[in-house]
Design a protein around this ligand. Sequence first.
Ligand SMILES: Cc1cc2nc3c(=O)[nH]c(=O)nc-3n(C[C@H](O)[C@H](O)[C@H](O)COP(=O)(O)O)c2cc1C
Length: 255
Amino acid sequence: MSKGPKRRKYPTDIIIDTVELMSSSDQTKEKLESNMKNEIIHLASQQDSKKDFIRQFHELLRLRRDVRRFKSRQVPENLIQEIISAIELAPSVGLSEPTRLIRIQTKEIKYDIITNFEMENSRALAGYTGSKAQKYADLKLSGLKEAPVQFAVYCDVETEQGFGLGARTIPETKAYSTACAVMLMWLSASARNLGMGWVSIFNVEEMNQLLQVDPAWKFMGCLCIGWPEEQHLDPELQRYGWQERRPGGAIVITK
Ligand SMILES: Cc1cc2nc3c(=O)[nH]c(=O)nc-3n(C[C@H](O)[C@H](O)[C@H](O)COP(=O)(O)O)c2cc1C
C-alpha cells in the first residue's frame, strides 16, 4: 500500500523536508537527522502553546474589571492566599517590596471604613454640578458593603529593604511598586474568576488613625475581593456613561 503524501502541520516542516533530502545511509548522520527532526517538531509545538498562552493572557487582560458588585458567597481561604502570593512576583524599585496589607475582618472597623467612604463620596459629589453631579450620584463606587474579602493597602515608603536603590531620584517609585503589586493581585483574582475593586475615596488621615498604622506607611486604598455578580468587557464607568475608554489607552508620542 502506498504511503501517500506526509501531512505537514507547521511552517518549520520545510526544514524537516530539507533534512530528509540530505539524509544518507550513514548511521550517525541518520541519528543526528532524527534528533534534529524531533527538536524542530518540539520547537514548533512549543510555539503553538506559546500562541495559546498569549491568547489566554490577552483574554485575562480584557476580562479584568474593577468590580464593585459582589455576590455574598464566601471565598475559600486558599484562593485568597493565592491572590496575596502574587505580590511575591511583583516588580519593586530596588527590590524594596514595600507593600503592606491589612486584612479587614472586624465588623466595627468595616463599618467605620464604610462611613469614611460615604463621607468622602458625598464631598466628592459636592464638587460636581448639573448632569455630571447626577451621573456621579448614580455611580456605584465601592463594594465595601458587600465584598467578603477586604484589605487596606499601604506602602512602607521608608523601608530600608533595597537600600534606596532607584528611589532617591523618584521617591514615588515605592508607591508605584505597591501599585504594581496590586495589579498582580487584580490579575490573579481575575484568573480565578474572582473580582477585585480598588477604592480610593477616603479621608486618608482618618483611615490611618482607624487602622493605627506605622507613620511611614502611605495609604494606597482599599481592595474589595469576591465573586462578581456579572462579567463585563467594558469598564463600569463607561457602561454608566461617566467616561469612555480612549482607543489605545495611552497617548504615545515619538521623538
Ligand atoms: C489607583 C486606582 C484607584 C481607584 N479608585 C476607585 C474608586 O475609589 N472607586 C471606583 O469605583 N473605582 C476606582 N478605581 C477603578 C477605576 O475606576 C477603573 O479601573 C476604571 O474605571 C477602568 O475600569 P476597569 O478597571 O474595569 O477596566 C480605581 C482604580 C485605580 C487604578
